[in-house]
Design a protein around this ligand. Structure first.
Ligand code: ZN
Length: 669
């Protein structure tokens, strides 16, 4: 019996599963018309849910795009304008914070370092699985997510789970059997792989009996240019190839299948999901719920905005902002662009010179939306390891995302400069792949076209250093430091050049300059320590190396450097502890085994030393100075024949450095 005041039980809030597909163009899925695609799982989900045929991302860059998805805001409002050197303010509510405060159990599983928790998206998640060094393959991410879902499905609380798949990001390297069907289209193979991973997760949802109690949303963070407009990947432009993303919402038994042709925005997704779950809207969101549109209504957003500040932050070229109404699209560039997407979806014919009135109207709309300003910039300092990781993910030039030097009126137009950008990418790749002479030639070509380009300058300096042209490299690094002040990195690299030239005093002075700019520059501490150790200033050296390790505790090379200084100082027990830790971090490090051998030799345990040297040489056969130490140790043990064999190997190898070759020859006499 129900007493007075008794209310009907509130319906159980639905679970929400949000899947973000990195770097996924809408038009490379079957459900968006790609007949060659192999995306059966996404196509099936689309046929059972609401497909937004014209969804526009807020930015062609992973972090800003995801922050827009989670806040329902454009980047100029939430302030995250780029990967790496921006983070989300902890004041802004997100889809995750809203759902957790509504009693949801929340978990995120991300697949790339650019979404590491340090960038602010972890707030609101009970669990934020970013166990990713650079990126992780989708099968591992999905396995972790499916386990969490299974463990939490029966707890009685509604669940919000976000799963991010990064596989479609370049380099495109789909695992078998997704490689073979796409011999010339590895990108599509990656999308096919992601589709299979989505299928795996949906199978788990079904197996747990959650399909009708779970809203499933899939969205791309941004697309990929695939050489359109001269761009290989994404970031430099705001064309549809990078802004048009797949977006679908399925909720079996609650949301009838439908296709929505109207222009909508990725920032509308979070408001839509909250609305479908009967939760209040995010207070400051610019996006709006599409629930009515999804149910067949006609109300939707009138325009969609997209931006990229990548050209400004990485290259000191003009940022790009676009606005579109579903047919007309305006790009605010030094040379403005206007496209009629209804007849020119590839944005090949710039109508701006012919349509001054329309350009003016769209520019007014853009100014009205943005307030005519660049907007919020929520910067954070960029760490050296971050810059390296971003570079390894293809976001090259992140290290020099410094202060804009050129006044706005002099900004170069990215569409005129994309060739230079591609040149710099090629130059950088050549240097990384140990073809520094080629890298130098290409970098000089880029600098001829854009003389103040900081990234081209540092690529040139790196190419010079790799070729052993240390004096040239020093001059070029100095030029770079002028372009992007203050740069601890430039001083550190100059120090490396001086140390290779044997000029220890100048090298130490450059590291002092680096550390004055960035006292937490671990590599500067490490090299400074090594230089001081070489000078016999062992106590100072040990302190510097310990500082480097304090900053980067998991860097095995730093621990090996410290162990070497401790060996020289006769502190063998302390050295041994560092070597053991290095071997835990890197069991296959030839350097660690060589250092272990040096500790054993210091303790007169030559059998153990010989074994450790042999292990180091198995891991790295071209480790010539270690081979010399190995041969000397064999001699001490009286194993003369074996020692002679090692000396002969060194003496006869043309690739062995001359001083080692000569030392080996002397022992053979
Ligand atoms: Zn992305």
């Amino acid at each position: 019996m129900c007493a007075a005041g008794c209310r009907p039980a509130a319906p159980t809030p639905p679970n929400i599963l949000l899947i973000t597909l990195d770097t996924t163009r809408a038009d490379h899925l079957g459900t968006y018309g790609d007949r060659e695609a192999r995306t059966p799982n996404l196509d099936r989900l689309a046929s059972q849910g609401v497909v937004f045929e014209h969804a526009v991302a807020a930015a062609p860059i992973t972090l800003p795009a995801h922050v827009s998805l989670f806040t329902g805001m454009y980047p100029f409002m939430h302030g995250v304008r780029n990967n790496g050197n921006f983070s989300l303010s902890d004041r802004l509510p997100t889809l995750a914070t809203a759902l957790r405060s509504a009693g949801y159990g929340t978990a995120a599983f991300v697949s790339a370092f650019v979404l590491d928790q340090r960038y602010g998206l972890a707030r609101g998640f009970d669990e934020y699985d970013d166990r990713v060094s650079l990126e992780r393959r989708g099968d591992r991410t999905i396995a972790a997510a499916a386990d969490w879902l299974t463990a939490h499905a029966t707890l009685g609380t509604p669940l919000f789970m976000w799963v991010h798949l990064y596989d479609a990001h370049d380099p495109y390297d789909p695992p078998p059997p997704f490689r073979e069907p796409f011999p010339d289209r590895a990108y599509d193979g990656e999308i096919a792989f992601d589709d299979a991973m989505v299928g795996r997760l949906l199978d788990r949802v079904d197996a747990l009996g959650l399909r009708t109690s779970t809203i499933i949303a899939v969205v791309g963070d941004h697309g990929e240019s695939l050489a359109e407009h001269g761009e290989a990947t994404h970031g430099m432009f705001v064309y549809e190839s990078v802004l048009r993303v797949p977006m679908m919402v399925a909720w079996r038994g609650h949301l009838p299948p439908r296709r929505v042709p109207a222009v909508v925005r990725a920032i509308d997704l979070a408001p839509t999901l909250l609305d479908l779950a009967s939760r209040p809207a995010l207070p400051a969101a610019q996006g709006q719920s599409l629930a009515a549109l999804a149910r067949g209504g006609r109300i939707g957003p009138e325009s969609a905005y997209g931006e990229t500040y990548f050209p400004l932050f990485y290259m000191n070229w003009a940022p790009l902002r676009s606005i579109q109404d579903g047919r007309w699209k305006f790009i605010d560039a030094p040379a403005p662009e206007l496209y009629d997407l209804s007849i020119d979806p590839g944005e090949q014919m710039n109508l701006a010179p012919l349509e001054a009135a329309r350009v003016a109207a769209l520019r007014r709309a853009l100014d009205q939306l943005t307030g005519g300003r660049a907007g919020v910039m929520n910067r954070r300092p960029i760490e050296r390891d971050t810059a390296q990781k971003l570079a390894a993910l293809g976001y090259i030039g992140a290290a020099q995302s410094g202060v804009a030097r050129t006044p706005e009126s002099g900004w170069r137009d990215p569409k005129d400069m994309i060739g230079v950008f591609n040149q710099i990418r090629r130059a950088n790749a050549a240097v990384e792949q140990r073809r520094p002479a080629e890298g130098e030639r290409i970098a000089r070509g880029a600098l001829a076209r854009d003389p103040d380009n900081a990234f081209a300058t540092i690529v040139l300096a790196n190419a010079e250093m790799e070729q052993g042209h240390y004096r040239d490299a020093i001059a070029t690094y100095r030029r770079y430091a002028e372009l992007v002040p203050p740069s601890a990195d430039a001083h550190h690299r100059i120090a490396v050049c001086f140390s290779r030239l044997g000029d220890v005093d100048r090298a130490v002075a450059e590291e002092d300059a680096a550390l004055a700019i960035d006292p937490r520059d671990a590599e500067a501490h490490e090299l400074r320590g090594g230089l001081l150790a070489g000078r016999g200033r062992l106590d100072e050296a040990v302190r510097e190396l310990q500082m480097a390790i304090e900053i980067e505790p998991v860097n095995a090379l730093f621990r090996i450097g410290l162990a070497r200084a401790l060996i020289t100082a006769g502190k063998l027990d302390e050295a041994d502890a560092e070597v053991r830790r290095a071997l835990e971090l890197h069991p296959d490090s030839a350097d660690a085994h060589a250092a272990s051998a040096a500790v054993a030799a210091g303790r007169n345990r030559f059998d153990a030393a010989a074994a450790a040297y042999a292990q180091a040489l198995r891991l790295r056969p071209d480790y010539d100075d270690v081979r010399l130490d190995f041969a000397r140790t064999l001699e001490r043990l009286g194993r003369r024949e074996e020692a002679a064999a090692e000396y002969r190997r060194l003496a006869s190898n043309a690739a062995t450095p001359p001083e080692i070759r000569n030392a080996a020859r002397q022992r053979l006499r």
